[in-house]
Design a protein around this ligand. Structure first.
Ligand code: FAD
Length: 607
């Protein structure tokens, strides 16, 4: 790594050393881009590459040839493939070895999902992801030995398909508002559940279900299995997309659940319900990031062979423009997903697996990364939406015709912005966790604010061709710190309820996360062609997120100025922005990227 030194005093005489912050959630907010490092696919271990290859092979040989059949409801085929994946161990990535799983690090679990997604069946990936994530983790994290022994080996092998039923007709985003009840039976052997759960992924195919009900007023988690009387299925939902996955309503009509199937303790349902969702969010980042890459390949394959005005449409600059942006977005998604899992893994490595509180501590680490997990969920799903929309456009009329894959992809991607917490809810999480970590000083955000109050563009000695870009990122970090500070000064703790501010604030944080991560990723790559290719994208990414970030900072500061009846904040922003003097040549960046894409004839950054 390059020698990194600066006039930034934040990490001098400060209890939060870089060393301590590495592996902490939200650390990217305060560690300058010329310090610190991130995990990325360039750092995959040999074992991780081996898992990737095995999953890629399976996707190519088993999923892709059947992807059209998997896009329609086909229980037999879906479950056949599901069991095959179980034989490879891929259903037990998060299950302890003593219960038949592989107990892999979080990066490897995402690598496998990423690689399986290359089989191009969103429906099948939803089935697998619901099972391995929200359908499995509650038992791994909260189950007692009896429950783990009874269920986990069958979950890991694929003998059982699992699901997770939280949502109710009156309780969606406000999940704890559910009205399903659980009453102890007279003989005290069962809880009797009454109520309704909706939109349950894997619903009509599932053997077991993690669900939630109130014992008096205590929200509690339960494991249901097919032997529970009174667990009744509704009909299959007729969905907009992911039509090859099962989604049903459950009716609990005096449903008898043995008392030994209470998960955790009575009243523990809230944390159980929410904690597994943090993991689901970065995993959704992995599958949508994978989708972005194969969508680019599909668009390019089509465009190369489509001739208009005696030319392949790839030769038109407006089409080139689309491809360059698609590559940028796919690269950003990939970068933030593996940055997140790498940071989580780094922290988990410090734990002792024999510690009786191991899973409590592990969950704390994952929750500590709530900002990163939600940012992965939001950015990767929105990048995929953009990319798939451009696929349809590049294909012209063919993009609208069912015979081609684009129409199905267009429908399938839509769900990613809705489940695992809608993107609105995830933006609230990003804003509120940043606020919390700043106020209780889990992160030295106050020090950052102080450090940057009189200088938004710290000088530092980093003699490389991207020194302007690092200056831009540090300007953006200062703008974030300043905006957060003034928002807290205005609203105090009530800021957590100010959605007009929280939404642009979340967007600022996402932009900073992307720029900082991509820069640090590039910094650690060895000199050579790959580094050069990454640098091209990095420049475009920084140009794009700089302008997004400044736009959102402007929205907030203009509003705060209007409440203060002056224009101090905006003047300050404009003054520092002028000093930054950054006018990126975006078209040159885009041209370079598309030339490289055309040379490789596919998404080329999966090193
Ligand atoms: C195909 C599919 C599969 C699913 N699988 C599962 C599953 O396996 N298990 C399960 O339990 N659930 C599942 N769900 C449910 C899914 O998680 C919910 O649909 C989702 O959480 C949103 O809840 P809702 O539909 O009630 O929307 P609502 O909560 O009613 O939201 C409607 C709109 O209001 C916005 N909104 C809500 N609250 C706020 C707020 N505080 N601030 C700002 N905006 C807000 C939302 O972002 C959204 O735009 C699935 C849904 C679908 C469609």
């Amino acid at each position: 790594m390059n020698q990194k030194k600066s006039d930034n005093t934040l990490f001098e005489d400060n209890p939060f050393t870089i060393e301590k912050l590495n592996g902490r959630g939200g650390a990217f907010l305060v560690i300058p881009c010329y310090l610190g490092e991130v995990f990325s696919r360039e750092k995959f271990s040999e074992e991780q590459k081996m898992f990737e290859q095995a999953a890629l092979d399976f996707a190519k040989d088993q999923i892709k040839p059947k992807h059209k059949d998997l896009n329609k409801m086909n229980k037999t085929l879906s479950l056949e493939l599901f069991k095959e994946i179980g034989k490879l161990g891929f259903l037990g990535t998060d299950v302890p070895e003593e219960f038949g799983g592989m107990d892999l690090d979080k990066t490897s679990a995402c690598i496998i999902l990423d690689a399986l997604s290359s089989g191009r069946s969103a429906s099948f990936m939803v089935t697998v992801s619901a099972h391995t994530g929200i359908g499995t983790l509650p038992i791994v994290w909260y189950g007692n030995d009896f429950q783990k022994e009874k269920y986990l080996p069958k979950i890991a092998s694929g003998e059982y398909l699992s699901c997770y039923a939280l949502t109710e007709p009156s309780a969606g985003s406000d999940a704890l508002a559910g009205t399903t009840t659980a009453k102890l039976s007279d003989d005290k052997k069962y809880y009797i559940l009454n109520g309704q759960k909706i939109y349950c992924t894997n619903g009509s195919w599932a053997d077991i279900c993690i669900t939630f009900a109130k014992v008096e007023d205590k929200y509690t988690a339960f494991i249901l299995d097919k032997t529970c009387e009174g667990w009744k299925l509704g009909t299959e939902e007729d969905k907009l997309g992911i039509k090859g996955s099962s989604t049903t309503t459950f009716f609990f009509e005096n449903c008898k659940v043995p008392i030994e199937n209470v998960l955790g303790g009575i009243g523990d349902g809230g944390p159980i319900a929410f904690n597994v969702l943090y993991a689901g969010r970065y995993k959704l980042g992995a599958t949508t990031s994978a989708g972005a890459k194969f969508t680019i390949d599909a668009a390019l394959d089509f465009a190369k062979d489509r001739f208009q005005f005696d030319k392949s449409i790839t030769e038109f600059d407006m089409i080139k423009n689309k491809f360059s942006e698609m590559v940028r977005m796919a690269f950003e998604s990939d970068s933030i997903v593996y940055m997140t899992t790498g940071s989580i893994d780094k922290a988990i490595k410090e734990l002792n697996k024999q510690d009786e509180n191991y899973y409590i501590l592990l969950q704390k680490i994952i929750e500590d990364h709530a900002i990163e997990a939600s940012a992965c969920k939001v950015l990767c799903s929105e990048n995929l939406a953009y990319i798939v929309d451009e696929l349809v456009q590049i294909m012209g009329g063919a993009g609208f015709i069912e015979e081609y894959d684009a129409a199905c992809l267009y429908r399938d991607e839509r769900i990613n912005r809705i489940f695992e917490g809608t993107n609105e809810i995830n933006r609230l999480i990003i804003g509120s966790y940043t606020l919390k970590k700043s106020i209780i000083e889990e992160l030295p955000v106050r020090d950052l604010i102080k450090d940057r109050s009189s200088n938004w563009i710290p000088n530092f000695d980093k003699p490389n061709s991207l020194s302007k870009e690092s200056q831009v990122i540090e300007f953006c970090r200062s703008a974030f710190a300043h905006t957060l500070n003034e928002s807290i000064n205005m609203f105090g703790q009530d800021l957590k309820n100010e959605q007009w501010i929280l939404e642009p604030l979340a967007n600022i944080i996402i932009s900073l996360f992307v720029m900082d991560t991509c820069y640090k990723r590039h910094d650690d790559i060895e000199e050579g062609e790959h580094k050069h290719n990454v640098a091209e994208i990095l420049c475009l990414s920084i140009a794009n997120h700089y302008s997004e970030l400044v736009k959102n900072v402007r929205i907030i500061l203009t509003y705060l100025d209007s409440l203060n009846k002056n224009s101090v904040f905006i003047k300050q922003l404009d003054c520092w922005n002028q000093k930054l003097d950054y006018s990126p040549n975006i078209l040159v960046y885009r041209q370079a990227i598309v030339n490289t894409l055309y040379k490789y004839e596919k998404y080329y950054l999966n090193k």
